[in-house]
Design a protein around this ligand. Structure first.
Ligand SMILES: *Cc1c(COP(=O)(O)O)cnc(C)c1O
Length: 401
C-alpha cells in the first residue's frame, strides 16, 4: 500500500512512527519474541528490555519506574484511573471533570453516571479556559476523583494542572490528568505537578498505536482494572505489548530532544499558518485562547463553510487535517469542545484543526497556505445545497454488517 505525498497536519490524532523507534522495536517482533514473565533467559532477557523501556518512560515524566503501568492506550489509562479511584474509595460516588475532556473520558463518565455515579462536567469560558475557583467550590466530601486534561486536543489550550493538583491535595481528593497531548511539546514532571494519576499514549509521540501508560504516584491507593496474571507487578493483567512498549521507551527518550524543535520551529510554522489565514481569509477566527497553548495546534473557524466540505477538498489536495466534529449517521454533530466554549453551532461546524509536528517543513506550510484560501473561496461561492451535495457524494457509504 503506497500513497502519493501527503501533507500531514493531524498530529493530535496520531503521529508518524519515528524511524529510530521502528529500529528499536523490530528485534522484539523477530528474534526476541519470548514472554517477559518467563523464568528462562529467552523470556527474562525480554523482561529486562521491557524494564529498560519503563525506565525511559519514567524518565520522560520524572517518575520512579515502579510508578509506571503499561496499558493498551490512552483510553485504557484514563478509564483505569477513574475505576481505581472509585474502587479504592467505595463510599465516594462523585466525579469532577470538565466538559472539554477527550471523548474517552466524557463517554466513560457518562457511562458511570448511568451506573449511579454522580458526575459534574465543569464548564469553560469562550477561550476554552477553566474557572479554578469554581472547580474548588465543586469538590464535595464524596468526590472520589478530579480529572482535568493537561492540554486540550482540539484547541491546544493548556490548563493549570499544578495549581489544580495542589488544590485537590489540600482537600484530600485524588487527581488525574490526561496528558496525552503533552510529551514532546512541554516538559512533564510529575513530582512538581503533584498529580496522583497521569495518562499518556505512545501513538501521539511517534511510537505505534496500541500502547499507553498510567502513572500512579507511589502513595496513591490503586486497584487494577484488568485482572489476570501478575504482570505489571499485579497492577494490570495481560501479557505486555513488548515491542510497542520498547518503542514507547525509545520515543520517550527522543521526545527530550524534540522539545526544543516543537517550541521554536514548529511553533513558528503554526503561528505562520494562523497569522496568514487570520489576515488574508476574511471571516476567519481563532478558537481557544492564544496562550498558554500547545505550540503545534491551531483551531480556526471559517464563516459560511462547513468543516466537512473543507476537509474533503483538502483531502483531494493531499492535505490531512481534522475537525472535532463527529459524523454520526450522516449528520454532522458540532464538536463538544467548541460547543462548551459557547461557539454557535454554525461556527463550530465551520472549524478546522491543524496540528503540526516535528516532520512538518516550511514547504508543507507553503502548500497549505496556497491551497486552503482557494478552497474556502470556492466553497463560499457555492450554495449550501451545492456544498451538501458535494460532501454527500464523497461520504463513505455505511459499512454493512
Ligand atoms: C488521543 C487521545 C486520547 C486517547 O488515546 P488512545 O491511545 O488513542 O486511546 C486520550 N486523550 C487525549 C487528550 C488524546 O488526544
Amino acid at each position: 500500500m503506497s500513497h502519493p505525498k501527503i501533507y500531514y497536519f493531524d498530529n493530535n490524532a496520531t503521529t508518524r512512527v519515528a524511524p529510530e523507534v521502528v529500529d528499536a522495536m523490530l528485534p522484539f517482533l523477530t528474534e526476541h519474541w519470548g514472554n517477559p514473565s518467563s523464568a528462562y533467559r529467552f523470556g527474562s532477557d525480554v523482561g529486562r528490555h521491557l524494564e529498560a523501556a519503563r525506565a525511559q518512560c519514567a524518565g520522560l515524566i520524572n517518575a520512579d519506574p515502579r510508578e509506571i503501568i503499561f496499558t493498551s492506550c490512552g483510553t485504557e489509562s484514563n478509564n483505569t484511573a477513574f475505576h481505581s479511584a472509585l474502587v479504592t474509595q467505595p463510599g465516594k460516588r462523585h466525579i469532577l471533570t470538565t466538559a472539554v475532556e477527550h471523548s474517552a473520558n466524557i463517554k466513560f463518565c457518562q457511562t458511570l453516571a448511568k451506573r449511579g455515579h454522580e458526575v459534574t462536567f465543569l464548564p469553560v469560558d469562550s477561550l476554552g479556559e477553566l474557572d479554578v475557583h469554581l472547580l474548588a467550590e465543586s469538590i464535595r466530601p464524596d468526590t472520589a476523583i478530579v480529572s482535568v486534561m493537561y492540554a486540550n486536543n482540539e484547541t491546544g489550550v493548556i490548563f493549570p494542572i499544578e495549581e489544580i493538583a495542589a488544590l485537590c491535595r489540600a482537600k484530600g481528593v485524588l487527581f488525574h490528568t490526561d496528558a496525552v497531548q503533552v510529551p514532546g511539546k512541554l516538559k512533564l514532571d510529575v513530582k512538581s505537578l503533584g498529580v496522583d494519576f497521569l495518562s499518556l499514549s505512545a501513538h501521539k509521540l511517534h511510537a505505534p498505536k496500541g500502547v499507553g501508560l498510567l502513572y500512579v504516584r507511589k502513595q496513591t491507593p490503586y486497584q487494577p482494572y484488568l485482572i489476570g496474571g501478575g504482570q505489571e507487578r499485579g497492577r494490570r493483567g495481560g501479557t505486555e505489548n513488548v515491542a510497542n512498549s520498547i518503542a514507547f521507551g525509545r520515543a520517550a527518550e527522543l521526545a527530550e530532544a524534540t522539545l526544543n524543535d516543537e517550541n521554536t520551529r514548529v511553533r513558528a510554522l503554526r503561528d505562520r499558518i494562523e497569522e496568514t489565514l487570520l489576515k488574508t481569509v476574511t471571516g476567519t477566527a481563532r478558537n481557544g485562547g492564544k496562550e498558554p497553548r500547545l505550540p503545534n495546534t491551531a483551531n480556526l473557524s471559517f464563516d459560511g463553510v462547513e468543516a466537512e466540505a473543507v476537509l474533503l477538498l483538502l483531502d483531494q489536495a493531499g492535505i490531512c487535517a481534522s475537525s472535532g466534529s463527529a459524523c454520526t449517521t450522516g449528520s454532522l454533530e458540532a464538536s463538544h469542545v467548541l460547543t462548551a466554549m459557547g461557539l454557535s453551532p454554525a461556527r463550530a461546524r465551520g472549524s478546522v484543526r491543524f496540528s503540526l509536528g516535528i516532520y512538518n517543513t516550511a514547504e508543507d506550510v507553503d502548500y497549505l497556505l496556497k491551497e486552503l484560501p482557494v478552497i474556502i473561496t470556492k466553497l463560499r461561492a457555492m450554495s449550501p445545497a451545492e456544498r451538501e451535495a458535494k460532501v454527500a457524494a464523497h461520504r463513505a457509504p455505511p459499512v454493512s454488517a
